[in-house]
Design a protein around this ligand. Structure first.
Ligand code: UDP
Length: 239
C-alpha cells in the first residue's frame, strides 16, 4: 500500500477538563457531543486512537500540594483517566461506534491491557481504541502519553483538543487581549519561547521524533471531526 493510499490514522488527545465541563466529575452533554463527532470521522474512514486526560478528577501535582505522596496522587490521576475512558466508551457504543479501552494498568474486568499490535488491529477493523491510565507511571502526563502512543501505533498526527483555548498563542489570550494565535509553529520556537502548548516532556518527545501536533479548541461544535479529518484549524506544531 502506498503512503498516499493508506487510511488516515490519528491520535486524539482529549483533556480531562473538557470531560468535566469545568467541574469535578463528567459532563455527559459534552462527552455525548464529542462521541458523535468522533463517530462522524470514523464513518469517513479515519482510524482513531484516543488518549484521555484525568484532570477533571485528580492531578498528582495538585494532590501533592495538599499533602499526599506524589506517586500515589499520580496513580489516582491515572485511575481518573480510566473513568473518563469508560464514559466515552459508553457514549460511543450507544452511538453505534464499536470501541475498545486499553489500559496501561491491568484491570481485566473493565478493559484490555495495552497491547500496541492489538490496538492497531482494532483500528484497522474500524474500532475506536481509547487508551487509559496514561503510561502507567507516575511523573508522566497524558500529553506525553498521547505522543508516545501515536508514535507506537504509527499515527500521522496527534490532534490535541484543549478547553478554554483554541490553539497556541504568543501570550495568554485570557490575560492579554493583544495575544496572537499561531497558525503554524515550529518545535524550536515553542520550546525556546516556553509557550504554554503542552508540558515540556511531550513537546520534546514530539520534537525528537518529528511528530506533528495540531492543537485546537474543543468547545467549538464540529472541531473534533474537523481535526480528525485533517482540516487546518487551531495551531499546527511541527518541525
Ligand atoms: N498521570 C500520571 N502518569 C501518566 C498520565 C497521567 O501520573 O502517564 C497522572 C498525573 O497525576 C496527571 C493525572 O494523571 O496529573 C491526570 O492526567 P493529566 O493531568 O495529563 O490530564 P489532563 O490535564 O489532560 O486532564
Amino acid at each position: 500500500m502506498t503512503e498516499a493510499s493508506k487510511p488516515r490514522r490519528v491520535l486524539l488527545k482529549l483533556s480531562g477538563e473538557a470531560f468535566g465541563g469545568g467541574k469535578v466529575g463528567i459532563d455527559t452533554v459534552v462527552i455525548s457531543r464529542i462521541a458523535q463527532e468522533i463517530k462522524q470521522a470514523v464513518q469517513q474512514s479515519v482510524q482513531v486512537g484516543i488518549v484521555v486526560g484525568g484532570g477533571n478528577f485528580f492531578r498528582g501535582a495538585e494532590l501533592q500540594q495538599a499533602g499526599l505522596d506524589r506517586s500515589r496522587g499520580d496513580y489516582m490521576g491515572m485511575l481518573g483517566t480510566v473513568m473518563n475512558c469508560l464514559a466515552l466508551q459508553d457514549f460511543l457504543e450507544n452511538a453505534g461506534q464499536p470501541t475498545r479501552v486499553q489500559t496501561a494498568i491491568a484491570m481485566a474486568q473493565v478493559a484490555e491491557p495495552y497491547i500496541p499490535l492489538k490496538a492497531i488491529r482494532h483500528l484497522e477493523k474500524g474500532r475506536v481504541v481509547i487508551f487509559g491510565a496514561g503510561a502507567g507511571m507516575p511523573y508522566f502526563s497524558t500529553d506525553t502519553v498521547s505522543i508516545q502512543r501515536s508514535l507506537e501505533i504509527h499515527c500521522s498526527e496527534v490532534v490535541m483538543g484543549k478547553n478554554g483555548v483554541d490553539g497556541v498563542y504568543n501570550a495568554d489570550p485570557r490575560k492579554d487581549s493583544s495575544a496572537r494565535r499561531y497558525d503554524v509553529l515550529n518545535f524550536h520556537d515553542a520550546i525556546v519561547n516556553n509557550l504554554a502548548v503542552m508540558d515540556s516532556s511531550a513537546l520534546s518527545m514530539a520534537h525528537d521524533n518529528n511528530q506533528r501536533i495540531r492543537v485546537f479548541g474543543l468547545e467549538e461544535p464540529g472541531n473534533v471531526t474537523r481535526a480528525l479529518l485533517g482540516e487546518e484549524i487551531g495551531t499546527l506544531v511541527a518541525a
